[in-house]
Design a protein around this ligand. Structure first.
Ligand code: ADP
Length: 399
């Protein structure tokens, strides 16, 4: 088969991540990131067949400039004719989108309307799509939503105990995120355990800078820890996860915080960073524990692991059976320390880790790290870009 690639784009407010992926075999000859957009330090790094090439971006340092650079790079390296479609990661699809969607004017208008649900993310995604439509005007573009996988949650799981009108009139409910990742790892887990397609029931823990837990019954999401926004649930790098909402009023009314300060406190200054007073980066925290016996860092990671374990245990109420638990994301894939700590709280669920397998299964390796008698504990490297490429190829029938 002649090589056909999907260009996968993940556009943030000041960055664009991109990769060229062959959907049938996952081959990725080119990837990269444009960073510090909208500033004079804007630059773009291409990784071409393993080799990194960094370039400064000329003024104006906007998303369109970065996309033009990517087009030029594709032309220079003779990829242009092989790119058949563009797939975009879009954070919030609301209740409107439960499937990957071919982008047209109506879809763009709906995405604009949905921006109030994700004011930090969706506008950036829309900017990326608009820039890509100009840069690749002949190619179909597809939106793949972070929320889509969770649209199968029952009302019991997605409604907050708030006045029902808030849901009816304003769409205030749990949506959940990291859907593409939970979808991918649960499919891979089903294969790894040789279960029939669409039968696997798992609790998956996506642990990166953002972190979420998902209960999956027969391949479908039935509950997840992030909510209307990615702030809720377990402890994250800089986000608090769940806190008593009364704290917010205490901060404002008694301690004089402004709304913006509370927002920054919960999103940027909390989580592992706030607790450890050291870093949001799990690796740095582990090093401080292991090398310096840093007790504050240990407390932060203890809380992080305990909260994950509690959430996993809670989701046994959402399932009728449990084939295993899954660790993914930068921390879940690499930190034997966190995995060991989390699972140590879950022996009641017959989950026990094999220490040797745990240490061996890192840096891109997949496998079951449980003892022979235990329920499976799976480590599965996520690949959201591959899912976006495959779903884009399917929607556009360009395979
Ligand atoms: P993002 O949510 O930004 O995609 P990642 O999934 O890349 O984040 O995860 C980043 C996190 O993974 C960081 O906290 C980092 O410290 C952690 N991490 C990466 N490698 C290791 C490792 N070898 N040991 C422990 N933590 C790691």
């Amino acid at each position: 088969m002649e090589n056909k690639f999907i260009l996968v784009i993940n556009c943030g407010s000041s960055s664009i991540k991109f990769s060229l992926i062959a959907p049938h075999n996952g081959q990725e000859p080119l990837s990269g990131i444009a960073q510090n957009l909208l500033t004079e330090q804007a630059n773009i790094t291409f990784k071409l067949n393993g080799e990194k090439i960094k370039q400064d971006l000329p003024s104006p340092f906007v998303h369109h400039t970065a996309l033009s650079h990517i087009v030029h790079f594709l032309q220079q390296n003779k990829f242009s004719d092989q790119v058949v479609a563009v797939g975009h990661r879009v954070v919030h699809g609301g209740e409107r989108y439960s499937e990957p969607t071919l982008i047209n004017d109506d879809v763009m208008a709906t995405l604009e309307q949905l921006s109030h649900l994700a004011p930090l993310h969706n506008p950036a995604n829309i900017t990326g799509i608009t820039a890509a439509q100009q840069a690749f005007s002949a190619l179909p573009q597809v939106a793949v939503f972070d929320t889509a996988f969770h649209q199968t949650m029952p009302a019991m799981a997605y409604l907050y105990a708030l006045p029902y009108e808030l849901y009816q009139k304003h769409g205030i409910r749990r949506y959940g995120f990291h859907g593409t990742s939970h979808y991918y790892v649960s499919r891979q887990a089903t294969r790894l355990l040789n279960l029939p397609e669409s039968t696997g029931s798992f609790i998956s823990a996506h642990l990166g800078n953002g972190a979420s837990i998902c209960a999956i019954e027969n391949g479908k999401s039935v509950d997840t820890s992030m909510g209307l926004t990615p702030l809720s649930g377990v402890v994250m790098g800089t986000r608090s996860g769940d806190v008593d909402p009364g704290i917010i009023f205490h901060l404002i009314n008694s301690l004089g915080y402004s709304h913006q300060q509370v927002n920054d406190l919960l999103n940027k200054d909390s989580g592992l960073l706030g607790l450890s007073k050291l870093s949001n980066d799990c690796r740095a925290i582990e090093e401080a524990i292991l090398n310096d016996n840093n007790q504050q860092a240990k407390l932060a990671l203890d809380i992080f692991c305990y909260r994950i374990a509690k959430q996993i245990a809670a989701y046994t109420a959402s399932l009728t059976s449990l084939d295993g638990i899954i660790f993914t994301g930068g921390i879940g894939e690499n930190s034997d320390y966190v995995r060991q700590q989390v699972v140590s709280f879950l022996s009641v669920l017959n989950l026990v880790i094999d220490n040797t397998l745990n240490i061996q299964t890192r840096f891109g390796k997949a496998g079951n790290i449980a003892t022979a008698d235990s329920r499976p504990v799976l480590v599965i490297p996520t690949n959201e870009e591959l899912v976006i490429a495959q779903q884009t190829a399917e929607v556009t029938q360009t395979l």
